[in-house]
Design a binder for this molecule. Structure first.
Ligand code: GDD
Ligand code: MG
Length: 334
């Protein structure tokens, strides 16, 4: 089984972390996000992953010098310019010589989807494309996908207004596609699979739903990037993983609660860290308090500073001692 993994986006919502590291190379507890995604694919028989790369491709290529990730062979398809989701699929499929049924996944999705069962449903129903759907409370930041009793998709609406969403079932970002889908995608320009290719397939009646209410998170925002990590260390995704890396250094009288402390990170005396992630070699200074926030690699929170409400501190940034920040990104977006 071959899978195209879309990892070429700019990761805008996770800036400033993604200014230096592409989204799917950000660490999720101990391993890069991409490794978590590919390991799941491997569990369902994927042998080859074609990484559809655009933004900062070298970060991926350098991380896997022998072209193997989680036991899966990697192929790198580097776009000359961003081609959007369908353009990226077409480019990667041709680059890797795909000529039979294949899988596509959004590389920021962590899920317990039973891909093997979805593949079988796709085969049995004779669909041209099958998309995994999950139910959510607020569909407005996703592709909204109503379907009929036979599973046929009735419409595909990307990011509708909340009050106009026709369904709670949304596109969960895993597809099984026939190679004929590639021929539908025009060459040489940006094409969105959500806004162009899927609506055309809906019109032809060839797109089917695979609704499955399993664990599912799109880790592409600060809140969800934090959430997926807490899910791993609090045992919501199998046995709980260690929350504090063995090379981290935590002062005896520091206080940690529901947090992930990565390699080489330091929490100094009297500091408090709650509901947060400290990326490798981040430092929280004496008496500082960090809650519901992400501190980037090699960033320093000065003594006595107070950070809360989804602050995101970029790679190597120093937060002044004593300041109080709520929901602030540093450096601030332009
Ligand atoms: N190669 C390449 N080129 N990859 C891209 C490009 C591109 O031009 N643009 C985006 N990507 C990659 C991103 O890196 C990401 O892994 C994936 O495509 C989806 O892009 P996001 O930016 O994360 O999209 P989204 O989260 O707003 O919406 C998508 O995912 C939702 C579910 O998580 C859509 O598919 C929605 O319909 C869906 O509900
Ligand atoms: Mg996303």
């Amino acid at each position: 089984m071959k899978a195209i993994v879309l990892v070429g986006g700019f990761g805008t919502r996770l800036r400033p972390l993604t200014l230096t590291t592409p989204k799917q190379m950000l660490p999720v507890v101990g391993s890069p996000m991409i490794e978590r995604v590919v390991a799941k694919l491997a569990e369902h028989g994927v042998t080859d992953a074609i990484l559809s790369l655009g933004y900062r491709p070298d970060a991926f290529i350098e991380a896997y010098p022998d072209d193997v990730c989680a036991g899966v062979r990697l192929h790198y398809a580097v776009e000359p310019e961003p081609l959007d989701t369908a353009g990226a699929v077409r480019f990667a499929a041709i680059d890797a010589g795909i000529d039979s049924r294949f899988v596509v996944v959004n590389g920021d999705v962590l899920t317990d989807l039973d891909l093997s069962a979805m593949w079988k449903t796709h085969l049995d129903g004779g669909a041209e494309g099958t998309i995994h759907l999950v139910p959510v409370e607020d569909p407005s930041r996703y592709g909204v996908v109503p379907f009929d009793d036979s599973g046929r998709v009735q419409a595909f609406g990307e990011k509708p207004r909340r009050d106009e969403a026709p369904s709670r079932w949304i596109n969960a970002g895993t597809y099984v596609l026939e190679p004929s889908v590639i021929d539908r995608i025009p060459a040489g320009r940006k094409v969105s699979i959500e806004r162009e290719t899927f609506p055309a397939m809906v019109a032809d009646g060839t797109l089917f739903a695979y609704p499955s209410d399993v664990y599912w998170v799109d880790a592409g925002t600060p809140a969800t990037y934090l959430q997926v990590q807490l899910d791993y260390v609090e045992g919501r995704r199998g046995p709980a993983e260690p929350a504090v890396a063995s090379s981290a250094s935590i002062a005896d009288d520091a206080y940690l609660e529901r947090s992930v402390i990565m390699d080489g990170a330091v929490v100094e005396p009297g500091a408090i860290v709650i509901g947060s992630a400290l990326l490798p070699s981040a430092v929280v200074g004496q008496g500082a308090r960090v809650s519901d926030s992400v501190i980037g690699p090699h960033a320093t929170v000065g003594a006595g500073a107070q950070l809360s409400d989804l602050c995101v501190i970029g790679d190597g940034v120093d937060v002044e001692p004593g300041v109080e920040l709520r929901g602030v990104k540093l450096p601030e977006p332009e």
